[in-house]
Write a protein that binds this ligand. Structure first.
Ligand SMILES: [Zn+2]
Length: 479
């Protein structure tokens, strides 16, 4: 039932395959018609209606999910099956970080709990409550990879490492799951790959298709995987960059990956690393879009489920600290077993997450006092950049339109003209930010890429102080 509903809502961009299609897909061949079809069929109310039915279906079939309102509730570890999960961090209720209400609209954002459970067996952090993916990633989802230099640089490094490890891309077929606007696929194509494909459920899929990649506009499911293989064959390389944490139903994705891969397929997964979250106290990455945060140990379990081995693990120091694993078929020889050097230090992650709960209270007190003092000196503050994750510290600090005048985003950002979720703070274009008038301080919400933001603001003529919303010194007990 779920798959039938899905296919009725799905648009396959047929930039590559122009064979006759079933009736509903044939209409999509005409790109102009396709856009109209997309708007008609993928309107948000339809998707939400489908989700309600689908979630109920999952509850009955699996017995592991529970409807808590519109939420799925986790009772056991989705990576290793352990049902002894320990609550380690409760951040309270928050709006979804991409729930952007247009300026002038009086709609209020719904709030959902953020409570982290920890699996000591496979060292994975889970959201206890998961918002169904159709609600988290509607067609109107705003994020685009191409707007963040740090993300693009990381993609270039990933492609170079892939070539170094697995040989030239010439003649290779590459599939990027959650390809967003096709930024990674374009780098892969420029590096010589013969065919580039993406699977992407949001409106970003249209951007990727326009850049010449073969895109299936949908979530990765077993049905989509079968259709992909039928039409395009098995990929040589499958990549997941910063989307593996977004997966709602991990077991279904693993089944889908088993369908997509053959005995040669290399799977490369890069994601933020639980160890870096803990080391830099990046509690703001525990937003609803990330139902899970992984360790190296997590990926050893996932590799086994995929009948693969971890052939390589590296920890790129970008975007706050990532983990990149290369999974290869078991038959292709011994992998690098990093369990000794990495697995050992991961044993303390559970205890460190519990410490973080206490440290967050210290940060809250010190940061709010710092901002109140700045407000007392010069009135309402301006803020720079709205990465979705910053919705969490904004809420925890109780920041609203009474203390922040506006948040400024790059002029091309789709977030402009909306309110910061849960507030009436408008998001404006950097073009409306006048460095001659703004004496500062300006609050930097993109604290995880503080150097990029400082260089950018300086380049636009701002010479005043930038206060990072989260800074290491804020967690220290001293006054
Ligand atoms: Zn586990």
């Amino acid at each position: 039932m779920r798959h039938q509903q899905r296919s009725a809502n799905r648009l396959v961009d047929v930039a590559i395959d122009r064979r006759p299609q079933p009736l509903e897909l044939r209409a999509a061949i005409d790109h102009a018609k396709a856009s109209a079809l997309l708007r008609d069929r993928q309107s948000r109310p339809t998707l939400i209606a489908n989700r309600m039915t689908a979630s109920g279906f999952e509850c009955r079939m699996k017995g592991k999910l529970d409807m808590a309102g519109a939420l799925n509730r986790i009772f056991r570890c989705e990576v290793c099956g352990n049902n002894q999960l320990e609550p380690v961090l409760d951040l309270g209720a928050h709006p979804m970080c991409d729930d952007l209400v247009p300026v002038g609209d009086d709609r209020r954002c719904k709030e959902y709990p953020i409570e982290i459970l920890f699996c000591h067996r496979c060292v994975t952090a889970h959201q206890r409550f998961q918002i169904p993916k159709d609600e988290l990633f509607p067609p109107s989802y705003h994020y685009r990879s191409r707007h963040t230099v740090d993300v693009l640089n990381g993609m270039k490094q990933l492609v170079q490492a892939c070539i170094d490890d697995n040989g030239p891309l010439e003649g290779k077929k590459v599939l990027d799951i959650g390809c967003n606007d096709g930024s990674l696929l374009s780098i892969i194509k420029d590096a010589g790959a013969s065919a580039t494909f993406g699977i992407e459920p949001t409106g970003a899929a249209d951007d990727a298709a326009e850049r010449g990649h073969g895109v299936m506009k949908d979530f990765l499911t077993e049905t989509v995987a079968r259709e992909f293989v039928q039409r395009f064959g098995h990929p040589d390389i499958i990549t997941f960059t910063n989307v593996f944490a977004h997966i709602e139903d991990l077991e279904a994705v693993i089944r889908s990956l088993l369908i997509l891969s053959n005995d040669q397929t290399v799977i490369i997964i890069e994601n933020h690393y639980l160890g870096s979250i803990i080391a830099r106290k990046q509690f703001d990455t525990f937003y609803h879009e990330h139902p899970r945060t992984y360790s190296y140990t997590s990926f050893t379990f996932i590799a086994t489920s995929l009948k693969r081995r971890v052939a390589k693990v590296v920890f790129p120091q970008r975007y706050g600290g990532n983990i990149r694993v290369t999974l290869k078929p078991e038959a292709t020889g011994n992998g690098h077993d990093a369990s000794g050097e990495v697995g050992g230090r991961e044993l303390s992650f559970g205890a460190q997450l519990k410490d973080m709960a206490r440290e967050i209270e210290i940060w809250k007190r010190k940061k709010r006092a710092e901002l109140n003092a700045a407000f007392a000196r010069g009135g309402k503050l301006s803020a720079k950049a709205f990465p979705g994750r910053s919705a969490i510290p904004v809420k925890l600090l109780g920041l609203d339109e009474s203390i922040l005048a506006a948040v400024y985003e790059k002029p091309a950002s789709g977030k402009i003209g909306h309110y910061v979720p849960g507030t009436r703070i408008p998001i404006l274009s950097d073009d409306a930010f006048d460095p001659a008038v703004e004496k500062g301080p300006v609050l930097n919400l993109a604290w995880h890429i503080a150097d990029e933001i400082r260089a950018y603001m300086s380049g636009r003529g701002y010479q005043g102080e930038l206060i990072d919303i989260i800074a290491p010194s804020n967690f220290e007990d001293a006054p």
